[in-house]
Design a protein around this ligand. Structure first.
Ligand SMILES: C[S@@+](CC[C@H](N)C(=O)[O-])C[C@H]1O[C@@H](n2cnc3c(N)ncnc32)[C@H](O)[C@@H]1O
Length: 276
């Protein structure tokens, strides 16, 4: 079969060269390395887009993107190829740790600032904000949430979720910080305005020069470093450290480590580091 033609299921085939073009594009833009065995993932996520655009092959799609014939399409590719799995109060020990910090003398100053640096569709920064609203002794704190994917940022700003997704939110928080939908919105909830007032959502690509975000007391970068090769990981963690106050905390996912890339960050417990 001609590789450019869709098969019976409508899947447009991709050859090695085409895969490498998209692999390089994603890497240059985001630092994410798509392993050679991820061809099905790539076609699974881009195939429908080629069909929408009426393009018969990945080579043509690639040429249209790099020649600038499809403005905004590079972001579309990034939005489709990043993996955004997340949930409320994922890896809950980190939120216990945050609540303890909120009650410690270290957090008496104001404003206390937290950066959630790969915030996906918002569940993580809202979990941070609920924990802080509950445990902070004063009201002057803020959460900056950022991601490279503009689609998930839109969802995060909307703060509108199914009740099913909210099942991992402690019941007391659900009542205190969220508003249950009624009528056409039954089965869903939105994050309440008082909590939202503490958050801002920004598009930040950690693989490029970072914008001026100020200094933070805690940086969350969880379940994201796993997508980067070691040299990219080192550069990203190195750049981000400059945004952490002295004695501030840097938190990664439970299955991640900063071994060989920690710089000025010292391990406090597995997945929690402190800037010395
Ligand atoms: C698996 S999700 C993790 C979400 C959340 N931190 C958590 O632990 O539940 C990884 C997130 O990293 C984001 N990401 C990947 N590369 C990025 C980059 N270069 N800059 C900023 N965000 C990036 C993705 O868009 C995605 O939302």
């Amino acid at each position: 079969m001609n590789p450019a033609m869709p098969d019976r299921s409508g899947t447009i085939a991709i050859d090695d060269l085409e895969f490498q073009q998209f692999q390089r594009l994603l890497f240059e833009q985001t630092g994410i390395h798509l392993a050679a065995n991820k061809k099905p993932l790539l076609t699974g996520r881009l195939n429908q887009r080629l069909r929408q655009l009426g393009l018969p092959s990945y080579a043509m799609y690639y040429r249209a993107i790099v020649s600038g014939k499809l403005p905004g399409e590079l972001q579309e590719v990034i939005d489709r190829l990043t993996t955004n799995e997340t949930s409320f109060f994922r890896e809950p020990k980190h939120f216990d740790f945050l609540r303890e910090l909120c009650q410690s003398p270290a957090f008496r100053h104001n404003p206390v600032r937290i950066w959630c640096a790969a915030s996906s569709s918002g569940e993580e920064p809202y979990s941070i904000a609920m924990s802080m609203a509950d445990a902070m002794a004063h009201e002057r704190w803020e959460v900056v949430a950022s991601d490279v994917n503009s689609d998930v940022l839109r969802q995060a700003r909307a703060g509108h979720y199914s009740l099913q997704r909210g099942a991992s939110i402690p019941k007391a928080y659900l009542h205190r910080y969220c508003l249950k939908g009624t009528g056409a919105q039954a089965g869903t909830f939105v994050i309440g305005p008082e909590l939202r007032a503490h958050l801002q959502f920004l598009r930040v690509n950690l693989n490029t020069d970072l914008p001026s975000l100020g200094q933070f007391d805690v940086i969350f970068l969880r379940n994201t470093l796993i997508y980067f090769p070691q040299d990219v990981k080192q550069r990203i963690v190195g750049n981000m450290q400059r945004f952490l106050k002295k004695n501030g905390y840097f938190i990664v996912g439970h299955s991640e480590t900063l071994m060989h890339v920690a710089g000025e960050l010292q391990s406090v417990s597995p997945s929690i580091y402190r800037r010395v």
